[in-house]
Write a protein that binds this ligand. Structure first.
Ligand SMILES: Cc1cc2nc3c(=O)[nH]c(=O)nc-3n(C[C@H](O)[C@H](O)[C@H](O)COP(=O)(O)O)c2cc1C
Ligand code: SF4
Length: 349
């Protein structure tokens, strides 16, 4: 989960080490470090974590060490903001479909040339090599949220007529090329995952059936797990949609749908799993193999250890107020109002 704690060059800071150590200490099994930009076009925020040069490796190494030392497995997410790279070098996309994030204000991305797509695949592969060198044991491709990889998958944003568009096979080619590249770099030594756009929640966008077709090919290409994510910022900023997304356990129906079709594949469940009860039920029902928490850990990094000790009533719960989301959109440090108000006095981070 993006923290807004990298420095202006995208390097790991002391504050970031404290934040991730605190999360690891709270009892999670795996920490997937936030969206990390694979090149200069991939940046969505002025303080986005970067993994696009060898200079990033020492800081990232400290980060993976800190997570491991505090008891969790360190993973990292490879990211390209695509048409949301509002603070990057240029807005690149599968096609030049305008983006309307602010009412009546349009941003115009540029359709990528084939050579640029190939260069981007190369950048993802190099980023994966750096992640390995920095000691991460899990690498995930961000293929959702309306960012570049899912923008290729979407019939709403991908209007290409070449090998990277036109049909579902064309629209998912970019994601498959990336997964094959990642597996090649990883060489079977670490787990490779994919953040899967399961439903774009926008008219004419990705629907669950598209996600299933892509999931099947990702699994054939070696994906070790799928981490489903519905929606994109264009959907989240709509009041009607954001209200619906507040429903506790919202994400479970998507993981359940995938688990039924791909029983042998490790499927995460994420979105509003804000109580141990919802998490336990999803696991018991075989709706997922693992529960992924984002805001619930910002609201209380001790969620897992408190759940383990039966101290559910002591958990500071995420109430889905979107405060942290708007801080992220502003490109500033992400903090939780609930945690700030209720955290134990001696707590750092
Ligand atoms: C502030 C913020 C930052 C996020 N950063 C990321 C990210 O870097 N990578 C990602 O895959 N999802 C990111 N997300 C989405 C979350 O991972 C998650 O899917 C979403 O918040 C819903 O799950 P939750 O209820 O557990 O928070 C972010 C969400 C928020 C609110
Ligand atoms: S700021 Fe609001 S939405 Fe974000 S983690 Fe805290 S309670 Fe949840």
């Amino acid at each position: 989960m993006y923290t807004g704690l990298a420095d202006e060059n995208g390097f790991v800071t002391e504050k970031m080490l404290v934040r991730y150590s605190r999360i690891a200490k709270g009892g999670v099994g795996l920490v997937i470090v936030e969206a990390s930009a694979v090149n200069e076009y991939a940046i969505a925020s002025p303080v986005q974590l970067r993994i696009d040069s060898d200079e990033c490796i020492p800081g990232l190494r400290k980060l993976s060490d800190a997570i491991r030392q505090h008891g969790a497995v360190p993973g990292i997410q490879l990211f390209h903001a695509g048409r949301y790279a509002l603070l990057g070098k240029e807005l690149l996309s599968s096609s030049n479909v305008p983006l309307e994030l602010i009412p009546e204000t349009f941003f115009y991305p540029r359709q990528m040339r084939i050579e640029e797509i190939e260069d981007t695949i190369f950048d993802f592969n190099n980023a994966a090599m750096r992640a390995l060198e920095a000691g991460f044991e899990v690498i995930e491709i961000h293929g959702a949220g309306g960012y570049l990889v899912s923008d290729f998958l979407s019939p709403r944003t991908n209007r290409r007529t070449d090998e990277y568009g036109l049909t579902i096979e064309g629209r998912m080619k970019f994601a498959i090329d990336l997964m094959k590249g990642l597996k090649n770099v990883a060489g079977g030594n670490i787990a490779c995952g994919f953040r899967l756009m399961v439903d774009e929640l926008m008219p004419g966008g990705v629907v669950f059936e598209d996600a299933v077709i892509l999931a099947e090919q990702l699994i054939k290409s070696g994906a070790d797990y799928l981490n489903p994510l519905p929606g994109s910022h264009e959907a989240y900023i709509q009041d009607k949609i954001s209200e619906g997304l507040k429903e506790p356990g919202f994400g479970v129906s998507y993981s359940r749908g995938l688990k039924k079709i791909f029983p042998e594949t490790v499927i995460f469940s994420n979105w509003r799993i804000n109580s141990p009860e919802i998490a336990e039920k999803a696991l018991q029902n075989n709706d997922c193999d693992a529960v992924a928490l984002a805001r619930p850990l910002l609201a209380d990094p001790d969620f897992p250890s408190k759940a383990e000790k039966g101290l559910e009533d002591k958990i500071i719960k995420c109430i889905s107020c979107y405060h942290c989301y708007y801080l992220a959109l502003q490109g500033t440090e992400v903090r939780c109002k609930q945690w700030e108000k209720k955290k134990p006095k001696e707590t750092q981070g």
